[in-house]
Design a binder for this molecule. Structure first.
Ligand code: ADP
Length: 294
């Protein structure tokens, strides 16, 4: 006997229900097996540049010829359509499944933002509904064979990152974005513990908005302090992948709706980002287990 929505089911119904669940589980597994590397971008709090890092990581992987999916699971404030000039796009339905939006060579994007009727539409969902939506984004989106799926999670350690890591399983690796301020450091500490407890490896930390390179004298001004990323990385036993400077061009790229790395390949910011991305890119070429990050 089992109960479903408060009703008592017969054994036959219960068996059918369990069978259905197993089929869904199997379908999710086969869908995920077609994606070689799953990178989940997390941050302890909002506004640290997590979506910016996710967008640039996905763009750089795509520009390097890797088939890349970018999934935004922020139910309450999906930002990827805006960051990639994809506002107003509507995914096509194919046999009940959604085609991700193509955002240029090798890059496919899915976000709840594509499905909301307006940007002002408030989404009031509880945990189980969020889990269901995220499951559909993994199962009912036609991702096909991908080298990388980059998932941009809302800040914190709530329902969305929990669902993403649970559904993707322990092979999903986390990239945690922080800023140099002490308060962000405390929040990120929680993100690292969260991943460790769920059994997901942390690829490393990215310290964003880390110092400002003066375009006139080249000197670095550490506006938000310095050393937070190193201290935290050392304390938590995870690598510090790199530091991205505070750069007004990054704000402009976000506001105008393109990935910074799509147009910038030179300068301290592009170099810092490419240094962070290089070992992730290497995961696609090195046999599993031999990359410095796996
Ligand atoms: P989050 O996803 O953590 O909420 P966003 O990626 O939306 O943060 O970034 C928040 C704001 O900070 C955006 O306006 C973005 O353009 C800006 N930003 C992100 N990284 C940098 C940077 N390195 N230099 C300057 N501005 C940045």
């Amino acid at each position: 006997m089992s109960t479903q929505e408060g009703k008592t089911c017969s054994k036959k119904n219960a068996d059918t229900h369990c069978e259905g669940k197993n089929v869904a589980k199997h379908a999710l597994r086969s869908s995920l097996d077609r994606i070689k590397h799953k990178i989940v971008v997390l941050s302890g709090k909002g506004g640290v540049g997590k979506s910016t890092v996710a967008v640039n990581l996905a763009q750089a992987l795509a520009m390097s010829g890797k088939l890349t999916g970018l999934l935004d699971v922020d139910v309450h404030g999906p930002s990827l359509p805006r960051l990639l000039s994809l506002r107003g796009e509507r995914p096509q339905l194919d046999a009940g499944r959604l085609e991700p939006i193509n955002a240029g060579p090798n890059l496919w994007v899915m976000s709840l933002g594509f499905l909301l009727s307006s940007e002002r539409e408030a989404v009031v969902w509880r945990g189980p509904a969020k889990m269901k939506m995220i499951k559909q984004f993994l199962l009912d989106v036609i991702w096909r064979d991908l080298d990388f799926l980059v998932v941009d999670c809302p800040p914190g350690t709530g329902d969305e990152p929990l669902s993403v890591l649970q559904l993707l399983g322990p092979e999903a690796k986390a990239l945690i974005v922080t800023t140099p301020q002490g308060v962000a450091v405390d929040d990120v500490r929680r993100s690292v513990t969260f991943c460790t407890e769920l059994g997901n490896p942390v690829l490393g930390l990215v310290e964003n908005m880390s110092g400002h390179h003066c375009s006139h004298c080249g000197q670095v001004d550490n506006i938000f302090g310095s050393g937070g990323g190193e201290t935290l990385a050392e304390e938590m036993g995870v690598p510090l992948l790199g530091k991205i400077p505070l750069d007004p061009e990054m704000v402009r790229a976000g506001d105008e709706g393109f990935a910074f790395l799509r147009v910038h390949s030179e300068g301290p910011t592009a170099q810092a980002m490419n240094r962070i991305i290089a070992p992730i890119l290497a995961m696609a070429t090195n046999p599993v287990g031999t990359s410095s990050l796996t």
